[in-house]
Write a protein that binds this ligand. Structure first.
Ligand code: BEZ
Length: 256
């Protein structure tokens, strides 16, 4: 099994809680019905799995991170959470729906993931997902890669940990796997991070693979340079700096 980077689950909940809040819109699209078996793929600390359970669904949360799963189990001890990777898990029983919010941009083996999702669903079952799409956090990636290349001689572009497909790329992959894609949308969703500390928290939570092999001091110093660069290019609202998020939202049905 490939190494899974440790996640700071407490920081995820305290400073980056918007991840689950934005997932509400996707729940409206999923419309979980009472009694449906739903897999929450990349469930993080379990907030959306809990919401679906409250609507009467029978939910299993799956995440590759032990830290996230142990925090989810602490927060929601009555729910079922399991550790597993999107690209390789196999479900024991078929699900009515697979739901995934803000997780699949971490899965570079997208083919593996769509195959696992297909295997997990009953015929006619739905896959409802939202994650970073083509162009997502372009300003963040550029600032990180420029600082690491110019100041630390790191080929940071080669370390880019994210997969941000276009509609065409992802819909084709789903069709090849055996899905009918019934809805797809790529849209900008500027996401408020608050003040400079919000940018630092984002980097510390999500950009760690870029800093691999660097000491804590170097990482902290590089984060300051990157934050400085980002404050020159990011837009700002009354809620602070806006991360240049662009979402890919997709609904597909397993042919059957
Ligand atoms: C996102 O939700 O778009 C995202 C989160 C973390 C890292 C990169 C992108």
């Amino acid at each position: 099994m490939k190494e899974v980077r440790p996640w700071n689950a407490a920081l995820y909940d305290s400073s980056l809680g918007f991840v689950s809040r934005y997932g509400q819109d996707l729940l409206q699209i999923l419309k979980p019905a009472a009694g449906e078996k739903i897999l929450d793929l990349g469930c993080g600390t379990g907030d959306l799995a809990d919401e679906m359970t409250k609507l009467g669904a029978d939910v299993t949360g799956l995440d590759a991170s032990e830290e996230m799963i142990s925090r989810a189990r602490e927060k929601y001890p009555e729910l079922r959470f399991i550790i597993g990777r999107a690209e390789s898990f196999r479900a024991e029983e078929p699900y009515d729906a697979v739901f995934s919010n803000a997780a699949l941009h971490w899965v570079k083996d997208a083919k593996g993931a769509t195959e696992s999702i297909w295997e997990a669903l009953r015929p006619g079952g739905r896959f409802v997902a939202e994650f970073g799409g083509k162009g997502n956090v372009r300003l963040f990636a550029s600032a990180i890669e420029e600082v690491l290349a110019s100041r630390y001689d790191v080929d940071a572009a080669a370390r880019n940990p994210w997969y941000y497909p276009s509609i065409g790329e992802y819909a084709s992959l789903l069709e090849q796997t055996g899905f009918d894609v019934v809805f797809a949308e790529l849209f900008d969703r500027p996401t408020p991070l608050g003040d400079e500390q919000g940018i630092r928290d984002w980097l510390s939570m999500f950009a760690r693979p870029y800093f691999s092999g660097m000491s804590e001091e170097q990482t902290a110093e590089a984060s300051e340079w990157i934050t400085g660069k980002l404050t020159q290019v990011l837009a700002r609202s009354s809620e602070g700096w806006l991360a240049d998020y662009r979402r890919l939202r997709i609904v597909a049905l397993k042919r059957g």
